[in-house]
Design a protein around this ligand. Structure first.
Ligand code: XMP
Length: 508
């Protein structure tokens, strides 16, 4: 087993997942609890994760020096590398430049960590402000970038390694190979582990066992995650399960009817539709702060669901929470809150129903694989994600019926044109945003003062990071012309060219 010490990085869990993918048993532990694990005879390696802290500060999260003398290999990633340097007598300082994004790593010395092919340089992904400024005794540099002299360091004799970049994210070339090599350094034999039907049947059996004879209701939004979570529970529980779809009035055009039809036709699943449009809009009246909006929406969802649960005498509530929702809502001890995903951060403490979240440990691409193995059609498994708080977080400022209508009409044009261009599968998500900015324009020889709609189209694999899509100009022009012509309240369309990080996918 390898333990992954969690200093609060957004991607700690991803390290665990990558290790799982190469068949390495691992456990994520908080730095305070390392001592509970180091006596374990099965412990073969330690990975120190990244994290938001500054390793040189007095109150920084750290590890005891003794863990480096156990004769167990250690790999420090980002903040983890800085912890190694700090604890073993090297230096850590704020970098000259904060780096969020790609960099090119040049291998400067042979190392078993980089023993994957005969290349001299490869692309890595950076996400840091601080950096190692001097090496601890016994260490040498094994890789550099243009900006970082100690981007990869090693004490080969003691099998201690530190890398400033993140091997766990998909856009670090050879990232998985680096983790495989570290496993080999730990005397483990990595092997690729595909997700299988048996594994999923096991998850369904787990649901059945944990629920027993209780009644279950499910929060079905029609998105990939909640659809797959609800279908798993439907498979496990049959009539004991009632999927509930709350029409919050914050959905896309035609969403409610479509959803009811798809589930009835394909799965003979009766979805209960609850109309709560007025309740949501009343609660959101005048609210402009994004976090407050998210929390209000989360609370309203839960209130409505709790009412439905009471009617059914349900003990469990199914939610399609997936791992990025948990991590971005600071669901692990040392992670910082980026956004309160409505199905995690906004839940009240006194909820009466118990949550059943079968997908809580998985990333979106894993969820899609689960769906495919469950023989769900592509129209569900490859649907673009839609956020729980809906169009409310795509309207900057307060949410009103008239803004929702403008946004819906613009959004339908965007999604229709992307669909016609055959780009649905290439994109992770595509949508319109009501920016709340009015600008001057000209219409039929008259001055116009109208709304600005922004377009967002992103490509991603696991949404911890994503790139804006380089859509063809002709297509962007077609969308823009259609919006300003057909949605007359709008006289300007802009395209968002920000990657994540630093931008998030949704604007709020
Ligand atoms: P961000 O904006 O955090 O979005 O980069 C990452 C992915 O999550 C979706 N998203 C949400 N999904 N509840 C959800 O179920 C939420 O509150 C929420 N906020 C963002 C977003 O659409 C993207 O796919």
């Amino acid at each position: 087993m390898i333990i992954v010490v969690d200093f609060g990085s957004q991607t700690t869990h991803l390290i665990g997942r990558r290790l799982r993918e190469i068949g390495v048993i691992n456990q994520i532990v908080d730095p305070e609890n390392i001592s509970d694990h180091i006596q374990d005879k099965n412990l073969k390696g330690i990975i120190l994760s990244g994290g938001p802290g500054d390793a040189y500060k007095e109150d920084a999260l750290t590890v005891d020096r003794s863990i480096f003398n156990l004769n167990i290999p250690v790999l420090g990633i980002c903040y983890g590398q800085q912890v190694i340097a700090q604890v073993l007598g090297g230096g850590v300082t704020p970098g000259k430049k904060k780096e969020f994004g790609p960099a090119e790593l040049r291998i400067t010395q042979d190392s078993p960590l980089f023993d994957f092919c005969h290349i001299e340089k490869f692309n890595v992904w950076m996400n840091h402000g601080d950096e190692v400024s001097s090496l601890p005794h016994g260490f040498t540099t094994i890789g550099k970038t243009d900006t970082i002299p100690y981007a990869a360091i090693a004490d080969e004799e003691r099998k201690l390694y530190g890398i400033q970049f993140h091997p766990e994210v998909v856009h670090t070339q050879f990232g998985l190979d680096i983790l495989k090599n570290f496993a080999r350094i730990c005397a483990l034999e990595p092997k690729d582990q595909p997700m299988t039907t048996e594994f999923i049947e096991g998850l369904i059996a787990d649901i059945k066992e944990s629920v027993g004879g209780a009644q279950v209701i499910g929060a079905l939004s029609g998105g990939v995650d909640s659809s797959i979570a609800c279908l798993m529970v439907h498979r496990a529980m049959g009539d004991q399960f009632t999927p509930v779809y709350i029409d919050s009035g914050l959905m896309r055009e035609g969403e409610t009817d479509e959803l009811q039809k798809v589930f009835k036709q394909n799965y003979d699943m009766e979805v209960k539709i609850v109309h709560a449009e007025k309740q949501f809009l009343d609660n959101l009246k005048g609210v402009t702060d994004p976090e407050q909006k998210r929390k209000i929406i989360g609370k309203t969802f839960i209130d409505v669901l709790q009412e439905e649960a009471d009617k059914k005498d349900a003990t469990f509530l199914v939610q399609g929470t997936i791992y990025p929702d948990v991590i971005e809502s600071a669901g692990t001890k040392h992670a910082k809150n980026i956004k309160s995903h409505h199905n995690v951060g906004g839940l009240p403490k006194d909820m009466k129903v118990m949550l059943l979240e079968p997908l809580r440990n998985f990333y979106k691409d894993e969820v899609r694989t689960i769906g495919t193995l469950l023989k769900l059609p592509k129209e569900i498994t490859h649907r673009h994600p839609f956020p729980g708080p809906g169009l409310a977080i795509r309207i900057i400022g307060d949410v009103t019926q008239s803004k929702l209508e403008i946004l819906r009409r613009a959004d339908t044009i965007v999604t229709t044109e992307i669909h016609h261009a055959g780009l649905d599968e290439k994109l992770w998500q595509v949508f319109a945003i009501y920016t709340g900015i009015k600008t001057t324009g000209v219409r039929g020889d008259n001055r116009a003062y109208g709304e600005t709609i922004a377009l967002r189209a992103v490509e991603s694999l696991d949404v911890m990071s994503s790139n804006f899509a380089k859509l063809p100009w002709d297509l962007l022009e077609k969308i823009s012309v259609r919006i300003v012509t057909e949605v007359t309240e709008v006289n300007r369309v802009v395209y968002d060219i920000t990657n994540k990080p630093p931008g998030t996918v949704e604007w709020e």
